[in-house]
Design a protein around this ligand. Sequence first.
Ligand SMILES: O=C(O)C(=O)C[C@]1(C(=O)O)C=C[C@@H](O)C=C1
Length: 482
Amino acid sequence: MMVQRQTRLKLSLYLNYFVHGIGLIILAQNMQALGKLWQEPLATVSYVISGVGIGRLIAYLILGSLADRYGRKNFIYFGMLCYLLFFGGILIAPNIQFAYGLAILAGVANSALDAGTYPTFVELGGSNGASNILIKAFMSLGEFILPLLVALLENHHLWFGWTFILAAVILLLNFGILRPVKFPIKNKAVAGKRQFFGHLPAWRRWLVAGCLTCYGYTSMALMILYTQWISLFALKTLHFSNWQAHFLLSLYSIGSISGVIILFWLLSRQISESKLLLILNGLSLISLLLISWSTQLFITAAASLIFGMTAAGGIMQTGLNLFLKLFPERKGLITGIFFTGGSLASFSIPLITGWLSKISVAAALRFDILIGICGLILVIIIKAVLDSAAATDLVQIRKKISRLDHWIIILLNRRFQAVKMAGEIKTAQQQQIRDSKRENQVLKQVAQQSADQQLTPYLQAIYQQIMKNSRDYEANSERKDN
Ligand SMILES: O=C(O)C(=O)C[C@]1(C(=O)O)C=C[C@@H](O)C=C1
């Protein structure tokens, strides 16, 4: 029953992200039709799209901190409702101002879904941190299917609004799926990990938190810049054909989806997030260098696929997972902070690269290398701090073991003194040294006093050794005395 409910909850959460994937590009994919509807030029429709970024930016911090107070489910409902209003509203928007308001609402919807969903997956426990990565896969699926549907409608001269209606209908159905489902307990920490990070001194925790916040920016910037400039770069700098230039972006998408699957598999096998981040960021930087300076189609194509796998295969979600484990008591807020970094990237990168493109398209694309280097440096710092924390943990634990050994040795010394006296008495009374009945009593007492049943056999084995050595010691002492 529990498992069934969890599956239903996950299905519902993923379905939202499929719709969100559609939401991400639905305005861009219908720019011409919307321009006609509002009787505005393309540039104005593009301006409406920027409203989504503004909505996201405003909402992430506020909604993130509120999500820790009011519960995950309400926020997911709120996100779904905002999206529903967006999809329905755009089709009847009377003017551009109204549409801009709806675009902001889509940004708010995005933030509300994220603030509710990412923490929920971590709170589901087990390997569900890895489930956060699958969110990315469902987004990519939505982004993959929508352009096909738009093309299908266009080819058959059908009304463009059907894809908006489809998204709204899926959301309505999803309300039904989500309604009876119970959510896990809020801000429940993943036991092992909390213990691990609990040993981190405060300044180290804040250093990692700062780096992860910046990583929210760089990891998003890395992807956005590439998708914005790669086709133009291939056309103008590498002189590829139009088809080849667009194909590079498709390869990136294929890489992204397969990257998600590989990452999900690796994370379910409990591979450390910081190690993965280091490898993936390193590989994405290498592929970016190849793309930037190779003129061979084959190398550029292979590098584009690998870049999609490593830079867009869920490294952002992996960074967030790590962040959530560091601050398990404020998951909503952390999600908000992390994605605020991401929103700042989606807002600033087009501006920065727009300016760089005045120098050259190549300069705009190669700026991604600088971002890749910054991301890698951040990840190296994060990994170094977490690893050194683990190392000092071992030093601390060993100090404790040494202290306990000190007391154990003092007590064992005293025990041997008592055993020697028992031996002398038994010799005087001409009794055998070995007393099996007494030994069984001792072992029984060990079992009774053991704090943990699992430890009992180990403790008894130790005591059997102690008693064997006691007998030897008694025998030796007796021989010496004679
Ligand atoms: O109680 C005794 O007679 C002991 O000599 C001590 C002790 C022990 O180590 O506990 C050692 C040997 C005996 O076989 C039983 C117990």
